[in-house]
Design a protein around this ligand. Structure first.
Ligand code: ATP
Ligand code: MG
Length: 376
């Protein structure tokens, strides 16, 4: 059998959240109001700090939590008042939630049995899913006799066996070690391509977000901070919150002042051309800073961390910390003062009060360069 004619194939459903809100009590508003459409077959990753409402959001889609207001439409059907089992969603949890007394085959077949599917059909489907997930040799084992990665695969198998139109994952890989996380990530990407279900995946891991997502939804206190492709989130963050959430080390954010021609740090160094006057936050990613003799900016090295593939320089610029990632092989002779350049097309300008990106272009993407072109 080739990958393309794999027997498990879902009819992907669109998910619409219309004015959805959630409060556990009158003082505890978790989701103030949300309007979002997840396209059929799309892989959405939800990223956000602990407690921002990621699991709540998934559980409302699955039907494990009720909405406090608004509508959820899955595949054209309003589902917010439906039982979870009628919504066409399957969920994979961090803790696997397998039945310990059942074998792998029984765990995977359980939901089919409850839905009254015949024994022969159950067996066929279990065999197909087990083959897809590399579990064919483990069907008679109990979960306690499996490794963490194998258990997680059983949990995934149990979710996909009913060919749901929507697959929901709540931090499914966070109990696994780094190598296994990587392997499972690759498997999940492949599985998504083969099954085609609309997938919503919650994680804290930005590498998982960047590599798995068609679009990343960044959640801040229950509100959408930005919902866009990984590339757009990385290169055109809509706010400081987003800018600092993606990237390791995160984007540098410097306090600067515009005098109508240039942006300057507190010690008077010019860091960019800009026609705006006032106080701003200027963002630049550590890997976008160029270390070069004759650069127009001078910073002081505090310490250096050599990570093999690149080196992180922690420096000080006008009393603020500036991290620089230099590629392998960059010669840095300086012991303290270092000369730098900020490429203008890699700069991000944020409003000092709101933290939102400034100079909104029509497509919602902003850079200082564009800002300079617009205003000069
Ligand atoms: N059953 C509940 N009753 C009251 N408050 C709740 C309940 N479940 C969650 N909360 C609160 O709602 C907020 C969002 O919780 P949620 O579990 O959705 O966060 P999360 O983004 O998934 O966090 P984490 O990354 O830690 O898993 C938290 O402040 C949490 O304390
Ligand atoms: Mg959670």
């Amino acid at each position: 059998m080739t990958i393309s004619d794999a027997p498990i194939r879902a009819v992907a459903a669109e998910i619409e959240l219309l004015n959805v809100s959630k409060a556990y009590d009158s003082k505890m508003v978790v989701i103030p109001r949300m309007d979002v459409v997840l396209r059929p077959g799309e892989f959405t990753v939800i990223l956000g700090p602990s407690g921002c409402g990621k699991s709540t959001l998934l559980q409302m889609i699955a039907g494990l939590e009720r909405v406090s207001g608004g509508k959820i439409v899955i595949g054209g059907r309003e589902v917010q008042d439906m039982e979870p089992k009628h919504r066409g969603c399957a969920m994979v949890f961090q803790n696997y939630a397998l039945y310990p007394h059942m074998t792998v085959a029984e765990n995977m077949a359980y939901s089919l049995k409850v839905s009254g599917i015949s024994k022969i059909n159950r067996k066929e489907r279990v065999a197909a899913v087990a083959k897809m997930l590399g579990l064919a040799d483990y069907l008679d084992r109990k979960p306690g006799q499996l490794s963490g990665g194998q258990r997680q695969r059983v949990a995934i198998g149990r979710a996909i066996i009913r060919e749901p139109g929507v697959l929901l994952f709540d931090e499914p890989l966070s109990n696994l070690d780094a190598q296994l996380r990587h392997d499972m990530r690759v498997e999940l990407a492949d599985l998504h391509r083969r099954i085609g279900a609309t997938s919503v995946f919650v994680t804290h891991d930005q590498v998982e977000a960047m590599t798995l997502a068609d679009r990343i939804l960044i959640l801040n206190k229950g509100s959408i901070e930005q919902f866009d492709t990984p590339k757009a989130i990385y290169h055109h963050p809509a706010s400081i919150f987003v800018a600092k959430f993606i990237g390791a080390p995160p984007m540098n954010i410097l306090d600067v002042t515009g005098d109508g021609t240039a942006l300057r740090t507190a010690d008077g160094q010019k860091v960019a051309n800009c026609a705006r006057a006032g106080k701003f936050h200027l963002g630049i990613r550590p890997e976008d800073i160029i270390v070069e003799s004759g650069g127009s900016i001078t910073a002081t090295i505090r310490y250096r961390e050599d990570l093999g593939s690149h080196e992180i320089l922690e420096t000080e610029l006008a009393g603020q910390t500036l991290r620089i990632a230099t590629p392998f092989g960059t010669e840095i002779d300086a012991v303290s003062a270092i000369s730098l350049s900020f490429p203008e097309d890699r700069l991000h300008l944020f409003d000092q009060e709101t933290g939102k990106a400034i100079a909104q272009a029509s497509n919602g993407r902003q850079t200082v360069q564009r800002h300079v072109r617009e205003y000069q």
